[in-house]
Design a protein around this ligand. Structure first.
Ligand code: NAP
Length: 262
């Protein structure tokens, strides 16, 4: 019988993009479930204060400033995690950026930056972590988006990066399957984070825009980052022991819905 306690005592989790939004919510949840959490991101003040707050609540946490688009910084993150905690059990590849524009008008370096952070960043982190998981159980959870399946104008780079993450997940899952490491991917819909509101806090967003966003979702609301955190914790837990190479859609029904009757 699988351990359904959702406890992670003695386990070590690296979470990229944990200075804000979904990554921060997931760091808090893993810490509350007993894991030692390594939070990463570029904004050191936010990351350090998040780690301090987790420790104040009785959790185990450190922040290691890391830009996931730089393989040398990612290697340092892994070395620092091993120095601090001696092992790595779970990697939540979550860091991401988004920007838009019609593709022929978008500067090439902006397009490339999106692929580098969102897609190569996942690869760099998984590549650095995987050798430390081999021949033990380990779990990698990647971060895609509903936009990998059905997108909007002006989002080619973001869409390509998120669709790439689904392929990357399946291929990595196969590479690691015979070594006892599972790799899965989460597909959120509309989640209440600064990214959803183009860098703003929800309180700064006009109520009409908030209402429109909520009404587009069959469940009728923009979800909380905690609702993605719980899905990530599930994928990382023994309750998901048979699940690898899979995509977990957590979108309030967005992808189930066709946009128009006509
Ligand atoms: P967010 O609050 O803006 O968080 C993004 C996180 O990524 C921040 O912690 C940011 O930290 C980090 N990050 C960005 N560039 C980085 C880099 N080069 N190196 C390291 N960290 C970097 O947005 P969020 O919604 O929580 O986004 C988390 C993930 O969910 C993203 O991959 C996003 O694409 C995905 N997602 C979000 C939604 C949604 O509706 N919100 C829906 C589908 C998928 P620093 O700025 O400190 O580096």
């Amino acid at each position: 019988m699988a351990d359904l306690s959702m406890r992670f005592d003695g386990q070590v989790v690296i979470i990229t993009g944990a200075t804000s939004g979904i990554g921060l919510a997931t760091a808090r949840l893993f810490a509350a479930r007993g894991a030692a959490v390594v939070l990463t991101g570029r904004r050191a003040i936010l990351g350090e204060s998040a780690a301090v707050a987790i420790r104040a609540d009785g959790g185990i946490a450190h922040f290691v400033a890391t830009d996931v688009s730089d393989p040398a910084q990612v290697d340092h993150l892994v070395e620092e995690t091993l120095r601090l905690y001696g092992r790595i059990d779970i990697l939540f590849n979550n860091a991401g950026i988004s920007s838009g524009g019609r593709f022929w008008e978008q500067p090439i370096d902006e397009w490339e930056r999106m692929i580098t952070v969102n897609l190569l960043g996942h690869f760099y982190c998984a590549r650095a972590v995987a050798p430390h998981m081999l021949d033990r159980s380990g779990v990698i959870v990647n971060m895609s988006s509903v936009l990998a399946y059905a997108t909007l104008p002006g989002l080619t780079a973001y869409t390509a990066s998120k669709a790439g993450i689904i392929g990357l997940t399946r291929a990595m899952a196969l590479d690691l399957a015979d070594r006892g490491v599972r790799v899965n991917c989460i597909v959120p819909g509309s989640i209440d984070t600064p990214m959803m509101w183009e860098g703003k806090d929800r309180s700064e967003v006009p109520p009409t825009m908030q209402q429109e966003a909520a009404e587009a979702v069959p469940l009728g609301r923009v979800a909380s980052p905690d609702e993605i955190a719980t899905a990530v914790v599930f994928l990382a837990s023994p309750a998901a022991s048979l699940i690898t190479g899979a995509v977990l859609i957590a979108d309030g029904g967005l992808l189930a819905k066709i946009a128009t009757k006509y």
